[in-house]
Design a binder for this molecule. Sequence first.
Ligand code: ZN
Ligand code: ZN
Length: 167
Amino acid sequence: MIINLRELRRLDHAVERDGTLELPRVAKENVQVEAIQPVHAHLSAQLAQGLCRVEGDLETTITYRCSRCLEAFDSPLTAALDEVFSERDTGDEDVHVVTGDEIVIDPYIEQAINLTIEFRPLCKPDCQGLCPTCGTNQNHGSCGCEKRTVDPRLSILQDLLSNDNSL
Ligand SMILES: [Zn+2]
Ligand SMILES: [Zn+2]
């Protein structure tokens, strides 16, 4: 998606831009992301005091891989974009310097998506994960493996008792 500064200067009011873009790199660079649907962007660009501000909403659907049970699941994602551009170096690191009349917004959209995706996605809040013994997905029922969980309170008691014995 491109914002044309010459057009903005000529119109002297905000310009709206709607577009859809493919960002396949998001799935390649994030192991927990299986796939990403085309991103719908609704942007508004405005010039004020030599600065061009581009704001908008981004919408897509992400197919995540659950970090506990490794099953794929779809989740809607919305992100906000808010970037400021200038043709001159303002010294402000939050203001991106542009050369020429066109601002290519795609990398900023990709960045906003990357900052919004979940790092440890869960298919559901109480996902039971995989059995550590046999690898069965425990959301689909128990595999019958013996669960050897030691009660932490019990282990503290055991430690205390063994210390007492050594005295
Ligand atoms: Zn899961
Ligand atoms: Zn098992």
